[in-house]
Design a protein around this ligand. Structure first.
Ligand SMILES: Cc1cc2nc3c(=O)[nH]c(=O)nc-3n(C[C@H](O)[C@H](O)[C@H](O)COP(=O)(O)O)c2cc1C
Ligand SMILES: CCCCC(=O)C(=O)O
Length: 552
């Protein structure tokens, strides 16, 4: 047997294998290109395992090869593809200006998506050999029923500006050579939050995980936590036009106290975990914003410290401890120190199951209000120490007849916080409360309670105007405040955004949060045709419920 010494005459098998691998790689690459460009080439069937042998002939076709190897570059095939090209062509500032929508950009997305939900009912066997797109607009014949909408500042998009659309162009040079505009354009927007939601990330960065989790978390699956916010997104506006909105008045009254806007500070516990100045900073921000702060029973600063720190109108939130004398003492201290109402929280006979707190073994920090009155020493190696504390300290036997007890120990008006049903709203008015707060405790107690905004109307109807109804839970936008007012709330309270503002930037952060919501509310009122809060009516919004009804 003659053995070849030729270096190319390797054993047959590896050579074939090598060749096969090479062939396979070529085919793979080619088929990938073909798949990507199938709509361009029309060669869908050029490669398949069955006709793999024909590949060779294809490879030797220079014009096809050139075509195939061209990547789909540059040339858009539909209007949407121009967006990406524009993004690449423009400074971020200009692209953002042209492409962006307002606030959550819900409507921006929805404008497009609503078209996608409309399907066709095409007719067949119609002679369509000649298609005529033309139409007339105010008597002018145009080639198709598509016109160019007015949009501002085309020179930011292209030096010729409106020239492209057939108008006279003046020079772009002036803009290009304006150094201050250029410098401004190239600066990136850093740091400063532009809406309340952006404070959450700042707070997350500022806080130890245990505290951030405590502030941000909800109960169990956190269904209600998400829903509190998302239910607002499902309510849309019915804005009115041509109303004089040159002056907007946001102010309102709560229990006879005039405040600058229908946005109050909800009670939330332990502000010193967020910022060393604790509730004093929060109260000062509320005072500067001319609104009401509800101080939590479980504050880090005392009733007295907060009272003497500023002249905010303050309400006091009450948790009833097992030792009723402690609750009575707290109420009397609040009354003595000029708090104007008691907000009795009734949705926390026990603490909700907050799983992050369980994992973190959430602590009970010093609570100066109840120092020496209620022990915060808790023997709980497993799970949330805070939960253990609540179990030991809070009076789970509190019931309707205790409202009478509370009324007997104070002259202050009593608001009840945590109402979610018409049944309880009616009972509350019967026992003589001065107001109702529709609340699910920011989704921290019973998970799968409905979003508060979805039950507001039910409560408002049951109360029938006898007492004011307030709402908290998921308010993150001026549009949310407007929606709550349209559905019958006198004002809203905000919880987490205040704490996030405090954690991120102290008193200034809380002021900023309130200010942003007020600004957004003002704009919402202007764009809805409501110069004052009393102009906001039920017919300015459309709820899910109505959308469903309109389909029946
Ligand atoms: C960290 C935190 C602590 C809270 N502490 C209290 C409290 O001490 N007393 C009370 O009545 N409600 C408390 N709440 C509930 C709020 O008053 C309010 O109902 C809720 O935060 C509103 O929802 P939002 O956070 O989505 O705005 C707390 C809420 C949070 C987030
Ligand atoms: C024991 C109550 C803790 C404060 C509170 O209400 C909350 O964390 O939601």
């Amino acid at each position: 047997m003659v053995q070849s010494s030729n270096s190319t005459s390797q054993p047959l098998k590896p050579r074939i294998l090598h060749q096969a691998i090479q062939d396979w790689q070529v085919r793979e690459a080619l088929s990938r290109t073909l798949l990507t460009n199938r709509h361009l080439t029309g060669f869908d069937s050029a490669y398949s395992p069955q006709n793999a042998s024909s590949i060779k002939s294809l490879e030797s076709y220079p014009s096809i090869n050139a075509h195939v190897s061209r990547i789909m570059e540059g040339e858009p095939v539909n209007v949407n593809e121009f967006q990406e090209l524009a993004r690449q062509a423009l400074p971020k500032m200009y692209y953002d200006f042209f492409s962006g929508g307002a606030e959550d950009q819900y409507t921006l997305k929805e404008n497009v998506e609503a078209f996608r939900r409309i399907t066709f009912r095409p007719r067949i066997l119609v002679d369509v050999s000649r298609i005529n797109l033309s139409t007339t607009v105010l008597g002018y014949k145009i080639s198709a029923p598509i016109m160019v909408a007015p949009s501002a500042m085309h020179k930011l998009a292209h030096p010729e500006g409106p020239n492209l659309l057939g108008r006279n162009a003046s020079s772009i040079k002036s803009l290009d050579s304006n150094p201050s505009i250029n410098a401004h354009v190239s600066r990136i927007m850093e740091g400063e939050p532009v809406n309340v939601n952006e404070f959450q990330e700042l707070a997350r960065q500022a806080l130890p995980k245990m505290y951030y989790d405590y502030y941000s978390g909800g109960a169990e699956d956190q269904y209600t936590l998400k829903e509190n916010v998302e239910a607002f997104h499902r309510i849309t506006f019915r804005p009115r036009i041509l109303v004089d909105v040159s002056r907007i008045n946001l102010s309102t009254t709560v229990l006879g106290y005039k405040i600058s806007a229908p946005v109050m500070v909800a009670p939330s516990a332990m502000h010193k975990l967020a910022h060393p100045e604790g509730e004093i900073a929060t109260a000062r921000a509320a005072a500067a914003s001319n609104t009401i702060m509800v101080l939590s029973s479980m504050s880090s600063c005392t009733i007295e410290e907060v009272a003497s720190s500023c002249n905010a109108i303050r309400f006091f939130q009450l948790y009833v401890y097992k030792n009723r004398d402690v609750a009575a003492q707290l109420v009397q201290r609040a009354e003595r120190n000029g708090y104007k109402a008691i907000v009795l929280t009734v949705d926390a006979p026990m603490l909700g199951r907050r799983e992050a707190d369980i994992k973190n073994k959430m602590i009970v920090p010093p609570l100066k209000n109840i120092e020496g009155l209620v022990s915060t020493e808790v023997d709980n190696d497993e799970g949330s120490i805070l939960e253990g504390f609540a179990k030991g300290a809070l009076d789970a036997s509190l019931c309707w007849r205790d409202i009478g007890w509370l009324r007997s120990i104070t002259n202050l008006p009593i608001l009840i916080k945590g109402v979610l049903t018409r049944e309880d709203a009616i009972k509350a008015t019967e026992v003589g409360v001065a107001g109702i707060v529709v609340s699910n405790h920011g989704a921290r107690q019973l998970d799968y309670t409905p979003a508060t905004i979805t039950v507001l109307e039910e409560v408002v109807h049951a109360v029938g105007g006898k007492v004011p109804v307030f709402l908290d839970g998921g308010v993150r936008r001026g549009t949310d405040v407007f929606k709550a007012l349209a559905l019958g709330a006198q004002a809203v309270l905000i919880g987490r955004p205040v704490v996030y503002g405090l954690a991120a930037k102290g008193e200034y952060g809380v002021r900023k949060v309130i200010h942003m919501l007020k600004d957004e509310l003002e704009l919402t009122m202007a764009l809805s045709g409501c110069p004052s809060v009393k102009d906001i009516t039920r017919s300015h919004v459309r709820t899910e419920h109505e959308k469903i009804h309109s389909l029946l």
